[in-house]
Design a protein around this ligand. Structure first.
Ligand code: 13P
Ligand code: SF4
Length: 356
């Protein structure tokens, strides 16, 4: 097996923003707001495309209004397949950008354009481009959690649900890879495939908080529980997993495995869908406390948490907070995204709706 070269160019620890202050809604306020949002969606021929980490109210609303709740690969596909003229992406900025790259003729709105991602923030396009220039012999594979400009510099885009098959395919062709930005996902893919990978030094501030030692203690308390881990988590957490996978794959594990209990190492927003599909199963959050913990994020992505009913209604009323991407960048970024979607189609990966 080839050894990964861990070459770090830009890695400052990204500070997670504080949760935005919002007045709590009463049950009546909430119900009325949801009705107004539903009317606005119809009036504007708009559809909600939400990630599993956003608030359960938004996930429910997306499902009730013909929208979609999904992982980042399926969000991209749904937006592409939808007839709506406006896509309202409830998630983080790279998801809105991917929707716009694939659907330039559609209006793509987001409740808060400042909802970014520590992986995206930790991989500035200029520094990344210089890193690629220094290694012209390598195929550039970037995780979807990157800006349009970084994608435009890549050969392939991958999400966590398709990273392994694509990298296996590239490895079989004899390619050496340059991988960015998530070093934990990169290490995992490298361990699983043996490919020669040069890694960018980025991390998710949410998944990095999961602690291997503390997880081992929780496991002992629940020996019958299956351990589900998103591959953005550190190696000592991934190594204890029964299932490592994307958000969709972890949700599927809860419905498909015979276990009654699950210890879940990913953002807690995913519990809404897990509870919906498997209401009688017990879900235990993996520990973020323990030695070395700073618990800034505590298993809740601060950027995903910027999405709420209030700013969703505002963006539908005002039509501001629209994603725009320079056309030359969009066209260049489209190629590696399309390559990923074509690969997924050709290999029968994904395209499974929540209700299936
Ligand atoms: P998925 O593609 O698995 O939904 O992951 C997106 C993400 O940002 C996880 O932190
Ligand atoms: Fe980015 Fe991590 Fe938030 Fe996912 S959970 S959007 S990787 S910061």
């Amino acid at each position: 097996m080839n050894t990964a070269l861990n070459e770090s160019t830009v890695h400052a620890r990204i500070k997670a923003p504080a949760s935005p202050p919002r007045l709590p809604l009463t049950a009546t306020d909430k119900a009325e707001m949801k009705q107004r949002i539903k009317r606005l969606l119809v009036e504007q021929n708009a559809v909600l495309v939400a990630h599993y980490y956003v608030d359960g109210d938004l996930q429910a609303l997306a499902e009730e209004t013909g929208g979609h709740v999904a992982d980042s690969l399926e969000m991209a596909r749904f937006g592409n397949d939808s007839d709506a003229t406006t896509l309202v992406v409830c998630g983080v900025r790279f998801m809105g950008e991917t929707a716009k790259i694939l659907n330039p003729e559609k209006r793509v709105l987001m409740p808060d354009l400042a909802a970014t991602c520590s992986l995206d923030e930790g991989c500035p396009a200029d520094a990344f481009s210089a890193f690629c220039d220094a290694h012209p012999d390598r195929t550039v594979v970037v995780y979807a959690n990157t800006s349009a400009r970084v994608k435009a510099r890549s050969d392939w885009v991958v999400t966590s649900s398709i990273a392994l098959p694509i990298v296996k395919h590239l490895h079989a062709k004899g390619d050496k890879l340059l991988w960015a930005p998530d070093k934990h996902l990169g290490h995992y893919v490298q361990r699983m495939t043996g490919v020669d990978m040069l890694l960018w030094d980025g991390a998710c501030v949410v998944h990095e908080e999961f602690k291997g030692f503390a997880l081992n203690q929780v496991r002992r308390l629940h020996p019958d529980a299956a351990i589900l881990v998103h591959p953005e988590s550190p190696e000592e957490v991934v190594q204890q997993a029964d299932v490592v996978g994307s958000t969709t794959q972890l949700i599927k594990a809860v419905t498909d495995l015979p276990n009654q209990k699950f210890i879940v190492a990913t953002d807690q927003g995913i519990f809404w869908k897990m509870h919906q599909l498997a209401p009688h199963k017990t879900l235990i959050p993996a520990p973020t406390a323990g030695e070395g913990a700073t618990c800034e994020s505590c298993a809740q992505c601060p950027w995903m948490a910027m999405n709420a009913l209030q700013n969703l209604e505002q963006v539908l009323l005002r039509g501001d907070r629209e994603i725009h991407i320079e056309e030359s960048i969009r066209q260049r970024a489209l190629l590696p995204i399309q390559r990923m979607l074509n690969f997924a189609r050709g290999h029968g990966i994904g395209a499974r709706r929540n209700s299936d």
